[in-house]
Design a protein around this ligand. Structure first.
Ligand SMILES: NC(=O)C1=CN([C@@H]2O[C@H](COP(=O)(O)OP(=O)(O)OC[C@H]3O[C@@H](n4cnc5c(N)ncnc54)[C@H](O)[C@@H]3O)[C@@H](O)[C@H]2O)C=CC1
Ligand SMILES: O=C(CO)COP(=O)(O)O
Length: 353
């Protein structure tokens, strides 16, 4: 899309929306909403950052060079932002998600629409963000936004599609109307658990893909890793109750392609740095932004072992990142493993072939 293209609100007129979280993705969604003619109460915890955005219309730390247009009002007063908003979008990293919502749970209203944009899993209890919303603010109507949504592309108005997953049709419709525009399409799904889990799981395979790229693996190898990643993540998610067809959609295969093939993905970049010999801590430190896959990997490895789901890529990546295994040794062991069926929803993985 050209910089000079005109933008219009996709549906109803101007609405008040709160975006919680002043990082890359919060900024990207605030920008879409602002351009769509909505009033954005953009909450962040750092007053200096809020003041800077107020004055210069640029989030210097997370989106340098990107001007925020429209009625975007940076604030450090979360209660005020939520009270003024009809709809709340939450883009806070999974590690801080519950604490922020719990601390402010009283300010959310009955029936208020609250949607998670976060692609991660809570450390204790393996809770997804929509489950945290239901526990902390059960009187709200909740949903999840996920899909191939690299923030760095959205802020440049590059064509993008996303998925709003919610049981309540009003939530789905509201988000489609608020965010949809010439460069941003919003598809709908009712499989909240599948869409949300897909978004969290793909971060693991983006790290694997970054590693493969650092090792200059060929296209066959990269395609194998992405496709076997898809098999592994859908096997795991389906065992927990997700719909396997969700993984054929934007939130599954779509997001996997975007993040496993682009160094705009922070998870991919962490994998790439480790593949080039950096220690995990060093790679994460240099990134300076969240790479949820680092934490998701630990939780998924633990959970898959507890429930007996075969996830060789998760196990291999865990050994590399957390147990100091050599990358070559892990690759050799993966290549020597039993050769299973391709699509196990057609030919079961474990029967004799
Ligand atoms: N950046 C992207 O392309 C996309 C990111 N996401 C997801 O969005 C979520 C947020 O990620 P980004 O904005 O990209 O991360 P980021 O690393 O760019 O920014 C994180 C933001 O969270 C804030 N934060 C951290 N701890 C906090 C706390 N305790 N209280 C309040 N604010 C806190 C930081 O100050 C920062 O503003 C992640 O779960 C990510 O997976 C989803 C789709 C795309
Ligand atoms: O989820 C994302 C794009 O869909 C962003 O991925 P990263 O967090 O790896 O940058």
């Amino acid at each position: 899309m050209s910089e000079n293209a005109t933008y219009r609100t996709a549906g109803a007129g101007s609405r008040d929306v709160a975006v919680l979280g002043g990082g890359s993705f919060g900024t990207a969604m605030a920008k879409v909403l602002g351009e769509n003619g909505h009033t954005v109460h953009f909450w962040m915890r750092d007053e200096q950052q809020a003041e800077d955005i107020r004055l210069h219309r640029i989030n210097k730390r997370y989106m340098p060079g990107i001007t925020l247009e429209g009625d975007i009002q940076p604030t450090t007063d979360l209660a005020d932002a939520v009270r003024k908003a009809e709809v709340v979008l939450v883009a806070i990293p999974s590690k801080a998600f519950r604490a922020v919502i719990r601390e402010n749970s009283q300010v959310f209203r009955d029936g208020q629409i609250v949607v998670s944009l976060t692609k991660g899993i809570e450390e204790h209890g393996f809770k997804l963000m929509s489950e945290i919303l239901q526990e902390e603010i059960p009187r709200c109507r909740t949903g999840v936004l996920s899909g191939p949504n690299l923030a760095a592309e959205i802020v440049n108005r590059e064509l993008t599609a996303t998925v709003i997953a919610a049981k309540d049709p009003d939530v789905r419709r509201a988000i489609q109307e608020l965010l949809g525009c010439e460069y941003f399409r919003v598809y709908a799904n009712v499989d909240v658990y599948g869409v949300e889990l897909a978004g969290a799981l793909k971060n693991i395979y983006a790290i694997v893909a970054g590693l493969a790229n650092a090792l200059e693996m060929g296209e066959n190898a990269k395609a194998m890793l992405i496709t076997r990643g898809l098999a592994e993540m859908s096997r795991f998610a389906v065992s927990l109750g997700a719909n396997p067809m969700t993984f054929m959609g934007l939130a599954g295969v779509g997001d996997l392609i975007a993040t496993c093939t682009s160094n705009k993905s922070r998870n991919f970049r962490v994998g790439y740095a480790v593949g080039k010999g950096k220690k995990l801590d060093e790679a994460a430190q240099e990134l300076g932004q969240v790479a949820e896959g680092i934490y998701t990997l630990k939780l998924v490895r633990e959970k898959s072992e507890a429930i007996g789901i075969y996830m060789p890529l998760v196990r291999g990546l865990y050994e590399i990142l957390y147990e100091g295994a050599s990358i070559n040794a892990v690759i050799n062991s993966l290549m020597m493993a039993v050769q299973n069926s391709d699509v196990e929803f057609i030919l079961p993985r474990t029967i004799s072939q």
